[in-house]
Every structure is written in structure tokens, then in C-alpha cells.
Design a protein around this ligand. Sequence first.
Ligand code: B12
Ligand code: SF4
Length: 468
Amino acid sequence: MCSVRVIKKLNIMPLRLLFIAPKGKKDSKTNQKPLFHMAIGVLVSLTPDEHTIEIADEHFGDTINYDGDYDLVGITSRTIDATRAYEIADEFRRKGKKVILGGLHVSFNPEEARSHADSIVSGEAENLWATVLEDASSGQLKPAYDSKDFPLVTKIVPLDYERIARASKRGKVDGSKSIPIYITRGCPYECSFCVTPNFTGKLYRYQNPEDLVRQIETAKKVFFKAKGKSSKPWFMLCDENLGINKKKLWENLALLKECNINYSVFFSMNFLEDKETVRRLVDSGCNMVLVGFESIKQSTLEAYNKGHVNSAEKFASVIEECRSAGLNIQGNFLVNPALDTFEDMDDLVEFVGKNHVFMPIFQIITPYPGTKMYLEYKEKGLITDEDWEKYNAINLVIRSEHYDPIAFQHKFMTSYYKTYSWGKIANRVRRNPYKFLNLITSLAFKKNLKEQLETFERNHNIRTARTP
Ligand code: B12
Ligand code: SF4
């Protein structure tokens, strides 16, 4: 066994690798972006030391050096960024460089991606990346790798923050910019609009406690510098749903408390009904929880297979209890032309205003490839547009039977913008904990939404008198 390992090792030629996080033209401008793309962080951490790595992240405006001396260019893809990923891949290939495409979008669209790359990776990289690198260094890169052909991913690879910092162009940040980390992967629920059930969802996995604390301490050392009020680092927990197992959750919250950080996290609503969990979240440094409310109508929640996770009738009281405990709830709401009327959108604006929901996000339902919804809509011919640039959840890409599509989208955008009226921002800041955070995020969203709405109205020749 030992000799096999030695032979394999001898075969490895050190590679110069470039990892790219592309940014689609219609990807959001908000500053709620973590310091690096988690897929790239994982790839860096999986790569054996003999290879050298550079990272280019377009979300931070990094330029891409198409003439750089790279042996292999790895590009990640989410649907919203896929078209741009292909553009970059094509340009590198014109220059004679080897390109490998991976990530959520190409995992579910390998045929589409094939003409843009030398190799396509479908699924999670943890158990296949070493093989890909060995093949690449011996000139035997295969056209496709699928995680299904490798052992199931059951463990979380700790992130190598020191190496990520060396390879990336990001310097140290204060507590107003988030450093990504995750404690768990997966979520056992099966909401029809979500990619997770068909990707990481099947097996819920955890970090080792020692790895978690060590990573946070290293991340602080390489990425954080204290400045004035933001004297604590802010971590974005990129877990899909941290709350699944209460016992483990509480253990992890105790570890986070030891680390003395602020953090935000994705959580489903049902777990926030437990007051002790909320208390422990706050106590461990959580300043905001991103919750997919999706809809304030139970019938719509049922239609998304989320009725057993969310109880619309409890929303208002849970928000109020979290607020009293010192926790902001960021709400994500989906609007669907098949399930929601204009009056429902008015009710939603009223609900968000009345409950002072922190940093509300409205999205038009979007059937992302990889979801149950995508397969269903595709089969029924309900998808009207597969220009992936438009999959930013503020465009209507499905058929709208009851409303004119432009009128529906305009109603959506004006409703969304109304949740950032001056009056609602003032109430939000007055009522919620972390007032400064409420103010700056609201102002950033308001500016962004105003630009998007004005562009939409200009493009569609819509005139309105509006003063929210
Ligand atoms: C954290 C998170 C966010 C954060 C941080 C995003 C960021 N830039 O990192 C915030 C809140 C900002 C965010 C925003 C958005 N998000 Co989001 N987000 C997530 C979440 C919960 C976790 C993402 C994560 O960190 N994953 C961990 C990494 C390691 O996983 P990974 O990227 O899949 O990478 C693995 C493999 O794919 C593979 N791989 C990936 N790239 C490559 C490349 C190569 C070369 C190789 C070999 C392998 C490989 O290996 C990796 C390790 O196994 C996911 C849920 C999910 N299931 O992924 C949703 C998710 C990714 N988000 C989603 C969406 C829709 C969005 C938004 C468009 C929402 C909006 N309207 O604004 C924006 C888009 C912003 C953007 N460009 O990323 C969708 C994407 C669907 C799709 N098909 O693209 C997801 C899947 C949720 C869902 N609804 O199903 N998001
Ligand atoms: S609870 Fe959240 S992460 Fe889990 S399947 Fe539903 S939307 Fe996806």
C-alpha cells in the first residue's frame, strides 16, 4: 500500500491553478456578500500543497488575467452566474488553457456546459477533487467527473483560511464585512423551489467541534482587523439550515459563544418557535437570522411543500419574541403569479411593515435547475425564459396565466420598493435591535431597488407618480 502511494505521488506534477467566482451581469449589487465564495474556499482547502493557487472573484471586481500562466482554470457556477462562467471559460480556451467547470448550475446542466470546458464536475468536490488533480497533472483529464461515482460525502472539510487568504486578493476587514464559514451541510426538508434536497440535502453533516473553533480563530487572525465600534468580526454561517438537531445546535452555539464573534445564519422558522434556542442564539453572538417565510398564506406554503416547516399564523408572534430577545429576523418572501394576487402582494407589504421585518427580501418564484419545481414546470411547459442571466429572482421567467407578465413584475417591484419607504425604514430602525445595521442595510436596499424599478419602468415605458 505504501509503495502505491509513493508511485502516485511521483506522478504528480505541481499545477498552477486559477479558481474563479464569476458574477452574472444581473447578479445583485448588495454588500451582503461573504469575503469569498464557499465553493472556492472548499476547493482551495482540498488542494494538495504542491499546487499553487490564485483566486479571482468578480463579486469583488477582481480582473481576470486571461494571459496568466495557469495549467488549469476552475470556475464555479450558480445559475445566475452561469452565462458569465461560460464566457470566461470560452475566452481561456481560446487562449489554449484547460478549463474545468463545476458548481450547482453545471451539475444540473452538464450537457449545456460541455462545449465550454475541457472537463465538467457534477456534484460535490470533496471526494473527487484529488483524482481530478492527479488526472490533470498527468495529462489525462477526463471530460466529466460525477460525485455519484465516488464515495458519498459524509464529512465537512475544514477550511484552510491561511491558504485562502494567501490565494485571494481580499485583505483584512472590520466587522461590517462578513467572513464565511459553515458548521453543517444539508437539510432534510424538501421544499419544491430549493436546490438543497437534490444536492447536499440527503445527508445532514457537521463540523468537528475542534475544527470549528480552530477555523474561526485562524479566520480572525488572517481576515479580521478591529475598527471602532465593529470590534468583533462578523461571520456569515453559510449552512443551509443550522437548526436541524437541537442538541447539536446548542453544543455548536456554546462553541460560537467561546469564539466571541457576531454572526448571521440561515434557519427555518419552526426552530425559532423555541424560546431557549432564540436565547442561546443571541447569547452566542447571532445578530440576524435569515428565514425563508416564503408566504404569509398557509395554502401557498403547502403548495411549496413547506407547510410542515412554516406556520403562517405564528409568524408575527415569533418575530416579536425574537425581537424582544435581541434578534433580527431577515425575511425572505416569494411571490408567484400562479398562487398570489395583487391583493396578496398588498397584504405582504402590510405584514412586513406591521412586523418591522428586518431587511425584507422579495423574490419572484424562480424554478432553478436542480429543483423539483424546475422539473415540474419544464414538463408542463410553464417556463418561458431560460436566459440564465434573468434568474436573479426579480424577473418573471414562468408563465403568468392571470396577469399580464409586465404588470405582474411591475406590481412585484413597486411592492418590494414600498417595504423600503422612509416611514417603514424609520419604524424598522426604531423598533429592531442593532439599529445601525437596520439603517445601513435599509438604505442600501432602497437605493438598489429604486434603480431597478426605474430601469424597469424606463424599459417598459411605464409612467408612475410615486413618493414612498
Ligand atoms: C450562503 C448562500 C448564499 C449567501 C452567500 C452567497 C455566496 N456568494 O457565497 C447569500 C445570502 C449572499 C446568497 C445569495 C444568493 N443566493 Co444563495 N445560497 C447560499 C446557500 C445557503 C449555501 C451556499 C454555500 O455556501 N454552499 C457551500 C458550497 C461549498 O457549495 P457549492 O457552491 O455547491 O460548491 C460545491 C460543489 O458545487 C462543487 N463545486 C462548486 N464549484 C465548483 C467548481 C469546480 C471547478 C469544481 C471542481 C467543483 C465545484 O464543489 C463544492 C464543494 O462540494 C445555498 C444553498 C445550497 N444548497 O448551496 C444557497 C443558494 C446557492 N443560493 C441560491 C440563490 C438563488 C441565491 C441568490 C440568487 C438569491 C438572490 N435572489 O439574490 C443570490 C445569488 C448570489 C450569488 N451570486 O451567489 C440558490 C442557487 C440556485 C442555483 N441553481 O443557482 C441556492 C442553491 C438556494 C436555493 N434556492 O436552492 N446565497
Ligand atoms: S427548509 Fe430551507 S434549506 Fe431546507 S429544503 Fe426548505 S428552503 Fe431548502
